[in-house]
Design a protein around this ligand. Structure first.
Ligand code: PMP
Length: 442
């Protein structure tokens, strides 16, 4: 199975030579060969507690036995059929997925391969619906500053962060995409304080619509919790208010649940924390807990705007990936994962808040469920992003056997998004390691 490499060093050297240089600047020198639950092992035999789950994707844990069982069963029978034919795993998944989508009434789904593809498909569907059902030809889409929606052309244009667009002006912007200020309370764009602000950022969106757009709004696209932006959790009434405004302009609400979906935030879908119904949902990552699959869910009336041939994806109904997703949904429901995540998340966050009392480097601790951000700052008054320090903390964590993310819009947020099966004992060990790492860096 491995006729080339004798050590991690050899793998890393080969990758540096052969892969496109768009790989992450701080790619971690860890060659993962095995994973189980929240644990992974590297080629040199070192064990790590994984607190980042492959970009917050391996939700029910590495190689969950139910996923392994489902994919090995189908791997021996059929992998791929295309949408020209039918297969059992994708039919089963459609049945299970429509039952958990947080929307009233009839719903329909579509399967593709990645999050970016689910976003692209959601926007195409919305455009078709606006044209056919509302007679709107030119429409505008609102997205949030600090958002992330993927790396394809349209997804990059919808993303509210310049770092993903550098050197790509004109391909990373699309007319009709309007990026609006985000509800990032720690760095409020209006220098206000919640709740005294009375949700100014939400109501300000109406001003933007009235004076900076054609007012022909197609949709508001947003992540319930902004992941890549630095785990930014909007105030609980935020989405209700914004979506009310969007609906006043006859627009749809598209929830990007690529990162927040499948129990990550303590609810099956992140938007369920905000008591508002989306019209379209884009999904990926945690849907399979480790295999490539994206999905779009929509109210049937909207989904029906697509006509035969309007959209497709070769691997979309892939039998193996769909079987994994079915197993994930079963596990989430049977094992009451959202409730457990809610409890574990609160436990983890309160542990970090304790650390914040003694580590001045911690500027803000925020999160929902096991989607946790720890924003590091050089000084608490100025909130100067502690970018190098965040990288150092991440490296110390890795050396002591913990994998975490470091990033966010300002580059200084530690991202803690472990597999959801992580135990309290593993969280305690992670808190201890974080304490030590912060001490060393300070
Ligand atoms: N949307 C969100 C919210 C994401 O976090 C990501 C991936 N980080 C994407 C879209 C893109 O997903 P993918 O990498 O599967 O294309």
């Amino acid at each position: 199975m491995n006729e080339f490499f004798k050590s991690s060093k050899e793998v890393i050297e080969s990758q540096k030579k052969l892969m496109f240089p768009c790989m992450p600047k701080y790619r971690q020198p860890v060659v993962i060969v095995e994973g189980r639950g929240a644990l992974v092992k590297d080629l040199d035999g070192k064990l790590y507690i994984d607190l980042f789950a492959g970009y917050a994707a391996v939700n029910i844990g590495h190689c969950h036995p139910k996923v392994v069982e489902a994919i090995t069963y189908w791997a021996k029978r059929i992998h791929h059929t295309s949408y020209d034919y039918y297969n059992l795993p994708s039919a089963l998944l459609a049945e299970k997925l429509v039952k958990i989508l947080p929307m009233e009434g009839d719903k329909k789904v579509f399967f593709c391969v990645s999050g970016a593809e689910a976003i692209e498909g959601s926007i195409k569907l919305m455009k078709k619906y606006m044209l056919k059902n509302k007679g709107k030809t030119g429409i505008e889409v609102l997205t949030l500053r600090y958002s992330f929606h993927g790396r394809t052309h349209m997804a990059t244009a919808l993303t509210g962060q310049s770092k993903y667009k550098k050197g790509m002006a004109t391909v990373s912007t699309i007319p009709g995409v309007k990026i609006v200020p985000a509800p990032y309370c720690y760095r409020c764009p209006f220098k206000m304080e919640y709740p005294e602000c009375n949700l100014f950022c939400a109501y300000y969106i109406e001003d933007i619509i009235r004076f900076e757009t054609s007012t022909d709004i197609g949709a508001f696209l947003a992540e319930p919790v902004l992941g890549e932006g630095g785990i930014i959790v909007p105030p609980k009434e935020y989405f209700k208010e914004v979506v009310k405004i969007i609906r006043d302009y006859d627009g749809l609400f598209i929830a990007d649940e690529v990162q927040t979906g499948f129990a990550r935030t303590g609810k099956i879908f992140g938007i369920e924390n905000f008591e508002v119904e989306p019209d379209i949902i884009a999904m990926a990552k945690g849907i399979t807990s480790g295999l490539p699959l994206g999905a779009i869910g929509a109210k049937a009336e909207i989904a029906n705007a697509f006509e035969s041939g309007d959209h497709s994806s070769t691997w979309g109904p892939n039998a193996v990936s769909c079987a994994a997703a079915s197993a994930v949904i079963d596990v989430i429901l049977k094992e009451n994962i959202p409730e457990k995540v809610d409890e574990l998340g609160k436990y983890f966050i309160s542990g970090i808040e304790e650390l914040a009392k003694k580590h001045r480097l911690i500027g803000d601790v925020r999160g929902l469920g096991l989607m946790i951000g720890v924003e590091l700052v050089r000084d608490r008054a100025e909130k100067t992003p502690a970018v190098k320090e965040a990288i150092k903390v991440r490296n110390y964590m890795r050396e002591s056997g913990f994998l975490i993310g470091a990033g966010g819009a300002f580059g200084s947020t530690l991202r803690i998004e472990p597999p959801l099966m992580i135990t309290k004992e593993q969280i305690d060990r992670a808190l201890e390691a974080l304490d030590q790492a912060l001490k060393k860096v300070e």
